[in-house]
Write a protein that binds this ligand. Structure first.
Ligand code: NAD
Length: 480
């Protein structure tokens, strides 16, 4: 038997093992770190059946909503108590800095607090139909919500969907990613300690093409919430079409910031540091393209070269500026995209390859200029610390370049003239536009994409309505 620490699936209120175990490596060292039970189809069926029993019992949906408030607040408190232990696991399995890992659990707790505040305010409306009728709407839970989570922010993305789903009275079956699945188990511990009813939450770690696909096609699935890549999202949508299962799709991006001639460059440099180097650029809403007014282009490139070359690089546990990528495959993919960009004629200002002399999955911070706008590096998501910098002459040109990919997740504008910044922001394609600070917003602000970046909204009050369906009841109150 292996000497590695073992993690388990959580089904119907119990922790369960498996015949096969998936090994999880430490991205900073390439050494095995721990292993987790690999869920199979029978586990998926058991989780779906448990969730269905929970829904049918009414224990979540038929109780006074204030009960759900107390459950969600208790989960938040339990998560806070687990944060130190859980953040260390997340840092070791994912490569991210300990500080970022801690922040992710704090954010996860915040989602439960935020949606706790809404759980007893999901109100319907009364619709006037004249004296002969009483008519009202109610927001009913979807039922069993299947939620599929990617590896870049597993606990916070999981909490982002789980908290509103529970607030609305749904039972949930979660599929964690094969890479970096361990820290998500702490969310189940928090739910268990908070006394959530059996079957209300279930967590399975297994292969996407096996367990994930099985859940998506499952007859008990009333909803699919998917966060991940575009090809997987498209595959899931095709599978969901079989049963017309409603879906929320949070997919990838190739987001651009526009830097007008009067932008505050100090503010911009801070935003670039966060926008493309935070979490080693493995962020769906990363700032992966920077469009700079030609009058400031050379200055910006030089400032960003100094920024990139001055970043500290190291294992997450040391809290450096830049941490390793999540896996060897991810490192190879990012490096190959950089190689193809150079072959296609782009100028690599700095970086462009992996950090040598280490077994960890470290990619150099990378900047490209002289990039053709129809090239792969300008059009496709890299999911690494790689930024394309491109000049523009007019606002129209900048907007066209920013909107010129099939994605539309987020966008940004940097300018000291707020009227121009707002005008530009309104013209940008995407669910969220940042002005003068990349990632401005929080759990309170709606997030989601257009085009290939997906549909539906997470976060904010609006997201709650992704987890309910409206029912209208009309009552005839007078005889004919
Ligand atoms: P991925 O699509 O490879 O996997 C995501 C999840 O889907 C995993 O849990 C995987 O096991 C599962 N999966 C794979 N095939 C499946 C199938 N046929 N049926 C059901 N489930 C299946 O994505 P990833 O590599 O884990 O994550 C990176 C991608 O996620 C990037 O494209 C990134 O932009 C995107 N992302 C989007 C958001 C957002 O909110 N918009 C947030 C984070 C990441």
């Amino acid at each position: 038997m292996s000497t590695l620490d073992r993690y388990y699936n959580y089904i119907d209120g119990a922790w369960t093992g498996a015949e096969t175990w998936l090994m999880v490596a430490d991205p900073a060292t390439d050494e095995p770190y721990a292993e987790i039970a690999e869920a199979g189809l029978a586990d998926a069926d058991a989780a779906m059946a448990a969730a269905r029993r929970c829904v049918a019992s009414g224990v979540l949906s038929a109780v006074r909503p204030a009960r759900r408030v107390t459950w969600l607040l208790a989960i938040a408190e339990e998560l806070k108590a687990l944060t130190e232990e859980a953040a260390l696991v997340l840092c070791r399995e994912n490569g991210k800095s300990l500080e970022v890992a801690r922040g992710e659990f704090e954010e996860a707790a915040r989602y439960f607090e935020y949606y706790a505040g809404m759980a007893d305010k999901i109100e319907g409306t009364s619709i006037p139909l004249g004296d002969d009728y009483v008519d009202f709407t109610s927001h009913e839970p979807m039922g069993v919500s299947v939620q599929i989570v990617p590896w870049n922010f597993p606990p916070s993305i999981c909490a982002r969907s789980l908290a509103p789903a529970l607030a609305a009275g749904n039972a949930v079956v979660i599929k964690s990613p094969e890479i970096s699945p361990l820290a998500m188990t702490f969310l189940m511990t928090a739910c268990e300690r908070a006394g959530l009813p059996k079957g209300a939450v279930n967590l399975l770690c297994g292969k996407g093409s096996v367990v994930g696909a099985h859940l998506v096609k499952h007859r008990e699935a009333n909803q699919i919430v998917f966060t991940g890549s575009v090809p997987t999202g498209q595959r899931i949508l095709r599978d969901a079409a079989e049963r017309a299962t409603p879906s929320v799709m949070e997919l990838g991006g190739k987001s651009a910031a526009i830097v007008h001639a009067d932008a505050d460059i100090e503010q911009l440099v801070d935003s670039v540091k966060a926008g493309i180097f935070f979490n080693a650029g493995q962020v769906c809403s990363a700032m992966s393209r920077l469009l700079v007014h030609r009058s400031r282009f050379d200055e910006v490139v030089e400032r960003l070269r100094a920024l990139a070359e001055g970043l500290s690089i190291g294992p997450g546990i040391a809290n450096p500026d830049l941490t390793p990528l999540v896996s060897r495959a991810q490192l190879e993919q990012v490096e190959a995209m950089c190689r193809r960009a150079i072959e296609a004629g782009a100028t690599c200002v700095t970086g462009g390859e992996r950090v040598s002399g280490t077994r960890g999955y470290f990619m150099q911070p990378t900047l490209f200029t002289d990039v053709a706008v129809d090239s792969e590096i300008f059009q496709e998501e890299v999911f690494g610390p790689v930024l394309v910098i491109h000049p523009f002459d007019t606002e129209d040109e900048a907007v066209e370049l920013a909107n010129g990919t099939p994605f539309g997740l987020v966008a940004g504008v940097f300018d000291t003239y707020l009227d121009r910044a707002l005008r530009t922001a309104r013209r940008l394609r995407g669910g969220q536009v940042f002005i003068n600070e990349w990632f401005a917003g929080g759990v309170e602000t709606p997030f989601g994409g257009v085009g290939l970046s997906g549909f539906g909204r997470e976060k904010g009050q609006e997201a709650l309505y992704s987890y309910v369906q409206t029912r209208n009841i009309a009552v005839r109150i007078k005889g004919a």
